[in-house]
Design a protein around this ligand. Structure first.
Ligand SMILES: [Zn+2]
Length: 340
């Protein structure tokens, strides 16, 4: 019997891995713009493969690819009729790969773009969307649910209520797109405190910010709540000038988000350092979001002191012809051009 999310959080740091939508877009299976995970039905092997890569890299959780697989978004791409099949299949694929290792399966919901704190009727719409999505997830079998990239505490609380209604543990994270406050005006730490008081097992932040601009916010949250804390930044080099991936600009002033962010990508070493820093802050669920690759996840796992299946192929630069201590006379002839 695999350890539950609660047991794993008690035993040590849980390693998360997300960013499925961005990575599968890069691989040619998801359309940028709508970012609907049609790949789940159209190319299930592509989803299976990416889960497997994250599993081999050390991820403890396979997150079902139901991000944006909700009624509003599927309507945008003319596939509302595929809603149930897409949600069920995403959970089945995640379960199948999780069983190849010792990973848990998380159901997943996100911001709906339908919520308006000033219009109570939208709360009913959002609740209906979460209820149908998570009902299917629960029937297919998930160990817990991640509600993520929440802009509004109000919308996050609806997700939490639906998750609890299904009797499942909830991890609820806010998207820190603004400097201090959620879109409905709560400091991130206060929003997390309220979510914890309402019974979320894990609270925290995910997406939008890179490690450098995410860590100060998560440190405040860690000080503010007793429960487990999660942080899943994007692997992009955000800074004081451009604190989120949406605000990053190319040298000629063009917005880099969402499909020209490559030159801002963190190295595996950046993400390894982040993982250790987050753990040292007392964060319990350390992960990564949009932009992630399996090499980042493996480096994070190793920074947390683990050896994972993909560690078999971790770098051995001592075996590189030019980096080894005893560069042969033949190979040394290349050195002047490498050092130019
Ligand atoms: Zn993300």
């Amino acid at each position: 019997m695999s350890a539950s999310i609660t047991e794993r959080l008690r035993a040590g740091t849980v390693l998360g891995a997300e960013g499925y939508v961005f990575e599968l877009e890069r691989r040619g299976y998801i359309k940028a713009g709508p970012f609907v995970p049609e790949v789940v039905l159209d190319f299930p092997d592509a989803v299976r493969q990416l889960h497997r890569e994250f599993l081999r890299a050390g991820a403890d959780v396979m997150v079902a690819l139901t991000y944006y697989a909700h009624r509003e978004k599927l309507r945008d791409v003319g596939r509302e009729g595929d809603l149930e099949a897409m949600n069920r299949q995403a959970v089945r694929i995640a379960r199948e790969v999780a069983r190849e290792g010792d990973a848990l399966v998380a159901g997943n919901v996100c911001n709906t773009w339908a919520y308006d704190p000033d219009d109570p009727s939208t709360a009913r719409t959002v609740r209906a969307m979460y209820t149908e999505q998570l009902g299917w997830a629960a029937e297919e079998g998930v160990d817990f649910v991640i509600s993520e990239t929440n802009d509004y505490l109000g919308e996050a609380l609806i997700a939490l209520d639906v998750i609890q209604g299904l009797g499942l543990p909830a991890m609820v994270t806010m998207a820190p797109t603004q400097p201090k406050l959620t879109r409905d005006g709560y400091e991130y730490a206060d929003a997390c405190r309220i979510l914890a008081a309402e019974g979320a097992l894990v609270v925290g932040l995910n997406c939008d910010r890179g490690p450098r601009t995410m860590l100060p916010l998560i440190a405040r949250i860690r000080e503010s709540v007793e429960c487990a804390v999660a942080v899943q930044p994007v692997p992009y080099r955000t800074d004081a000038i451009a604190p989120t991936m949406e605000t990053l600009r190319s040298p000629d002033g063009e917005r880099a988000f969402p499909i020209a962010l490559d030159s801002f990508t963190c190295t595996r070493f950046d993400m390894a350092q982040f993982a250790a820093q987050a753990r040292d802050l007392g964060v319990n669920y350390v992960g990564i979001c949009c932009g992630a690759g399996p090499h980042h996840v493996r480096a994070m796992a190793e920074a947390l002191g683990r050896e994972v299946p993909a560690s078999k192929y971790s770098p051995s630069m001592d075996l590189h012809p030019m980096f080894r201590a005893d560069v042969s006379a033949k190979d040394a002839a290349f050195l002047p051009s490498w050092n130019a």
